[in-house]
Design a protein around this ligand. Structure first.
Ligand SMILES: C[S@@+](CC[C@H](N)C(=O)[O-])C[C@H]1O[C@@H](n2cnc3c(N)ncnc32)[C@H](O)[C@@H]1O
Length: 343
C-alpha cells in the first residue's frame, strides 16, 4: 500500500484532538492502523474502512457521508483528507459549515495538484471564516474557521439524492455522486457488452457482479439473461444505494451486498463479471487487481468462467495465470482488454 503523506498530516492533527469532533475517512484510509481517539466520531463511505476502524475500537459509521444525526453547531473540528470527487468534497464542506460551532475549524489536507488551495478558499467562503494554509513538503494542511455568519453553500450537485443519471438503449439508470464514474457509462464495461452481444456465452444461472458500482454490468447481464440470479457487491455506499435502486427499478432477481471484495460471500457462481478498480484515492494500486482476480477464482464454479475488463496497461495476463488455468483475450481496443478466465 502506498503511503499517503497528506493523510499522515491529518492523522498527526487528529491524534491530539480533545473536543467532540468528526473524521471523514474515505478510501485514502484503507489499511490504516491508528490508536483510538474517543473525542472523534468517524464517518466513512467505504464499508472496509468503517469496519476496520470499528474493529480497532473507533466509533465508526458506514453511510453515504450522511451527517443528519449530528446536531447543528455542536462540533469543534471536522477532519478531512481531500477526496477526488468535487460534489463529495463540496458536500463535506457544506455539512461541516452546519455541524461546526462558531470558532470550530474544518481541517483539510491534500496536495497542490489535487486542488487543496482552491478548496480551502472555497471552504473559507462557505464557512465565512478565516483560512490558514500551511505547507509541509509537497503537502498542505488548511484550517478554516467557522464564523457566526450564515453559511454560503457550495454546489454539491444534490449529493445525497439518487437520480436517473444515465441511459442505455432506452433504459434509465439511477446513480448519484460519491462513486467511481457516477455519471458516465464506463468504456471498458461497454466493450464487454459489445463483445457479449456479438459472441454470446451459455446462459448462466447465477452471476456475481464484483465491484458493481451503480450496477451497469448487472443491468447488461439482466438484459441478456433475464432469469439469472445476480449478486452485486461493492464497498462504496453511493454505489450500493444506486445499484439497489437499479435492481428494484429493473426487476433484477438477486441481491446487492456491502462488502470488501466479496469477502463474506461463499457461494460459487456460473459467471463472474468484473471491471476491477485500480485506484485507491489519487494513486494507482496494483494489488487491487490481484485481490479481485483471487476473489473471482474463489467464487467461480469449476465449470464457470470470469469475464474481466481492465485498462490496457494492467498486467492482468501475468496475475490471472497464478489463479486460472486458462485465459482468453476476447478483445483489446487499445484502451481496454477483455479476458475470459476459467479452469
Ligand atoms: C472500475 S469500477 C467498475 C464499476 C462497475 N462495475 C462498472 O462497470 O461501471 C470499480 C468498482 O469497484 C469498487 N471497489 C473498489 N474497491 C473495492 C473493494 N475493496 N471491494 C468491493 N468493491 C470495490 C468501486 O467502488 C467501483 O464501484
Amino acid at each position: 500500500m502506498s503511503r499517503d503523506n497528506a493523510l499522515t498530516l491529518l492523522l498527526d492533527m487528529l491524534r491530539s484532538e480533545y473536543e467532540p469532533s468528526l473524521w471523514i475517512a474515505d478510501e485514502h484510509v484503507a489499511g490504516i492502523q491508528i490508536a483510538v481517539n474517543p473525542a472523534l466520531e468517524v464517518l466513512s463511505n467505504r464499508f472496509d474502512v468503517a469496519e476496520a476502524l470499528s474493529k480497532q475500537g473507533w466509533r465508526s459509521g458506514f453511510s453515504d457521508l450522511d451527517f443528519s444525526h449530528i446536531t447543528d453547531g455542536t462540533l469543534t473540528s471536522v477532519y478531512f483528507r481531500l477526496a477526488k470527487e468535487k460534489p463529495m468534497v463540496n458536500h463535506v464542506i457544506n455539512q461541516a459549515a452546519r455541524v461546526l460551532k462558531t470558532g470550530g475549524r474544518l481541517m483539510i489536507s491534500g496536495d497542490k495538484q489535487q486542488g487543496i488551495k482552491t478548496y480551502a478558499k472555497k471552504a473559507g467562503q462557505c464557512l465565512v471564516g478565516q483560512v490558514e494554509i500551511k505547507k509541509h513538503g509537497n503537502h498542505y494542511l488548511a484550517s478554516i474557521t467557522r464564523s457566526q455568519q450564515p453559511a454560503v453553500l457550495l454546489d454539491e450537485q444534490n449529493y445525497p439524492v439518487l437520480r436517473t443519471a444515465l441511459g442505455y438503449k432506452g433504459m434509465g439508470i439511477s446513480s448519484k455522486p460519491g462513486q467511481f464514474g457516477w455519471n458516465k457509462l464506463d468504456k471498458g464495461s461497454l466493450l464487454l457488452a459489445q463483445q457479449l452481444n456479438e459472441n454470446p456465452i451459455n446462459r448462466p444461472g447465477t452471476i456475481l457482479d464484483l465491484g458493481c458500482g451503480y450496477g451497469l454490468l448487472s443491468l447488461l447481464a439482466h438484459g441478456w439473461w433475464p432469469d439469472a440470479e445476480i449478486t452485486a457487491t461493492d464497498n462504496n455506499a453511493a454505489a450500493l444505494s444506486s445499484c439497489q435502486q437499479n435492481f428494484t427499478q429493473h426487476g433484477i432477481t438477486g441481491s446487492v451486498i456491502a462488502d470488501n471484495c466479496a469477502s463474506s460471500i461463499t457461494k460459487r457462481h456460473d459467471l463472474v463479471l468484473c471491471n476491477p478498480p485500480f485506484h485507491q484515492g489519487f494513486v494507482v494500486e496494483h494489488d487491487l487487481t490481484e485481490q479481485f482476480i483471487a476473489t473471482a477464482f474463489r467464487l467461480c464454479k469449476p465449470t464457470g468462467c470470469a469475464l474481466f475488463v481492465v485498462n490496457a496497461f494492467i498486467p492482468l495476463e501475468r496475475i490471472a495465470k497464478q489463479y486460472f488455468k486458462q485465459q482468453q483475450l476476447l478483445d483489446n481496443d487499445g484502451q481496454f482488454k477483455l479476458f475470459k478466465l476459467h479452469g
